[in-house]
Design a protein around this ligand. Sequence first.
Ligand code: 13P
Ligand code: ZN
Length: 275
Amino acid sequence: MMKVTDAEFVKQFVRMCDDGFNQGWHERNGGNLSYRMKPEEVAEVKELLDETKEFQPIGTEVKNLAGEYFLVTGSGKYFRNVILVPEENICIIKVDETGTLFQICWGLVKGGRPTSELPTHLMNHEVKVLLNENYRVIYHAHPANLIALSFVLPLEDRVFTRELWEMATECPVVFPDGLGVVPWMVPGGRDIAVETSKLMKKYDAAVWAHHGLFCAGFDFDLTFGLMHTIEKAAEILVKVRSMQDFKLQTIKPDEFRHLAKDFHVTLPEEFLYEK
Ligand code: 13P
Ligand code: ZN
């Protein structure tokens, strides 16, 4: 008989958790991942779901996600264990018709609840699906170089975007809309979810100062790739700043404009300011 863990989307989810752990982005239970399942994926595993468990509060309202199913990491669960025993560390949840409650339908077989960042994940999913229904993945990690930069760069979208764009020619092509910055806030609740989802209207990535990064994407490859690209750029910036406190040369605004033309991307002028 088929198991939920045999489904392709579950295998890809588990692989992404393991890839993230191997990058060093998930110390202990750090980070969380959620995936909005496609109707055909829900149908594929429907018989294996238990839809009798009690509904619990999400902690916010996501009306536009009513009736949707998500594969989500468990709160307090370690990414390094997901590949070993997925059914203990991840779960499928269903959002109720009011968009305020969820029910665990599969997984977390030894107990537990979905990630404490569920409000942020679901509010981000809601913002994204309203913009483009192809968005399916929300990913939160604790990449060290990006976190380090949140102690030395001004916590401004335009500064983080421009500084990271300058670190690798591929960056403006991979995240042409830039990235946003949420100042330090208490994690795990509605307030930080509201601030993050505001930024997700404009960007696919939002930094949490002194904490980590949230990324959104259509699929696992794109979302992991976005996290990877941003953290790689952050690593280069940390190296550059560790060598000396100025850049002898860099990519200039007009060079970004030229790149945008050749690569058919639109780079907002707000990030191409003169320094
Ligand atoms: P969870 O274990 O609840 O997912 O929390 C980890 C985390 O990174 C909180 O921001
Ligand atoms: Zn975190």
